[in-house]
Design a protein around this ligand. Structure first.
Ligand SMILES: [Zn+2]
Length: 448
């Protein structure tokens, strides 16, 4: 890839706003970042506020098909799950590749350059493996490549329908039988992408509901052997805590710690209903926590204690999870604003920390410590937010971080560069032709 130079009007550098920033790139990496320097005449001008590429640390791509279809009516997380399972039934490798291509294109248009895809729809209906048992995983990776974004495929171990409960008919598609069989399948998938720059094959424990206690350490050991990210849904619902305490006399966080599943490579997703002891356990292990506020509010989960977890030692990351919306600015401000509602106090988070949750912290939790900052040696991933929309008109450059975190939407993202390649320009996806039409067709095809 050839060298390029960009002149950002304003940019997020070293945790603050800098102006007239020359960003030089070569072979997919940033080689120099210079503020206030005269720019070469051929530098590409980037009006607005340039931020590192955003990291979507928790995604289930197929949930995008539920948008607008599950928000009405009454119910709980558990009644929503029945609607979600109905959407699973029409997925096969071809339909999933097509849907995920559209979903990942939507992410790229929102400034996301890296997705953590928490993937558990592994097999054909009834649990029969496809001719290639990793056909669904390959489909998701091909979709990310088609959409021009990085992917960490968090291949998920899912073995049970609940604690001491077998999988039901829908869940058969998710299950490998036991954790050894899961590890064998994932090892083959990892082999297929060894050395790939754009793909990390990571791991996940769906939850303490779906992985029996005697299987947890097998997954944790595989992740350790591979030095791979290990993500897990944690205490999203009080019912999970109650069942775990009743069966094992421990909370889910305590159970994961006991079986070696916590540590800096681990990402706990939601972490909504935790005790102070749980928060301390996660913090001491430097396990990251992924907040998904737009999903958590949609599913009536509750509000996690994000700031307490951060102060205890857990990096905080963000995910659009069920894709009720795909907008990491909305997720970022919700972390602060939801805590205001639950505590009746303002100002829990320095705004730059929220932007770091949306960028560097998320990439690190996806196994990409080299992405997420505008600095020499980091990957050339960045997104340019226009400051001239009706939402952001009047932005004071010194307050660009606050304006963008509290008022920007995904629609304000103008240009996106991933590993030095222009993926979005002037709000249009350069690799996926007519992304809205293609995504719409893929969603409608599932309901035929
Ligand atoms: Zn999830």
């Amino acid at each position: 890839m050839t060298a390029a130079a960009y002149l950002a009007e304003h940019a997020f550098v070293d945790g603050a706003v800098a102006s007239d920033v020359l960003i030089e790139t070569d072979d997919g990496a940033i080689t120099a970042v210079t503020a206030g320097a005269p720019a070469p005449a051929d530098a590409v001008r980037l009006p607005g506020f340039t931020v590192p590429g955003l990291a979507n640390a928790h995604s289930h791509a197929f949930h995008r098909a539920l948008r607008g279809r599950t928000q009405a009516g009454k119910g709980t997380f558990w009644t929503w799950r029945e609607q979600m399972y109905a959407a699973v039934s029409s997925l096969d490798p071809d339909s999933y590749r097509e849907l995920a291509t559209g979903v990942f294109a939507e992410m790229a248009l929102a400034g996301i350059t890296n997705v953590g895809e928490f993937h558990y729809v592994h097999h054909a209906p009834g649990g029969r493996p496809y001719a290639d048992p990793n056909a669904m995983g390959h489909a998701l990776i091909e979709a990310a490549r088609a959409a021009g974004i990085r992917i960490t495929l968090l291949d998920t171990c899912y073995l049970a329908g609940g604690i001491r409960t077998p999988v039901n008919e829908t869940q058969q598609r998710f299950a490998d039988g036991d954790a050894d069989a899961w590890a064998e399948r994932v090892e083959t998938l990892r082999g297929a992408y060894a050395g790939a720059r754009d793909v990390v094959v990571g791991t996940a424990i769906h939850s303490v509901r779906a992985v029996p206690v005697d299987q947890i350490s097998t997954v944790a050991k595989a992740a350790e052997q591979w030095s791979a990210p290990l993500h897990v849904h944690l205490s999203e619902q009080r019912a999970e805590n109650d069942a775990c305490l009743a069966a094992y006399h421990r909370t889910p966080a305590q159970l994961l710690e006991q079986h070696g599943a916590l540590g800096p490579r681990t990402g706990a997703v939601h972490a909504t209903h935790l005790s102070q002891v749980d928060i301390d356990i996660l913090g001491e292990a430097h396990t990251s926590v992924c907040m998904c506020p737009t999903t958590e509010r949609d599913l009536a989960d509750g509000i996690g204690a994000a700031r307490s977890m951060f102060e205890a030692g857990s990096p905080v990351t963000l995910g659009s999870d069920s894709h009720a919306v795909i907008d990491l600015f909305e997720e970022a401000r919700a972390v602060e604003l939801d805590e205001r509602l639950s505590t009746e106090r303002r100002g829990h988070w320095p705004t730059a920390d929220l932007l770091r949750a949306a960028t560097a912290a998320g990439h690190a939790a996806l196994g990409r410590a080299n992405v997420g900052a505008l600095a020499p040696g980091r990957a050339a991933d960045f997104a340019v937010v226009g400051l001239d929309s009706v939402r952001l008109a009047g932005t004071d450059p010194r307050g660009a971080v606050e304006s963008v975190v509290y008022a920007a939407t995904a629609a304000d993202v103008r240009h996106v560069v991933v590993g030095g390649r222009v993926v979005v320009w002037e709000g249009v996806h350069r690799l996926v032709d007519d992304a809205p039409r293609r995504l719409g067709a893929a969603v409608r095809a599932l309901y035929r």
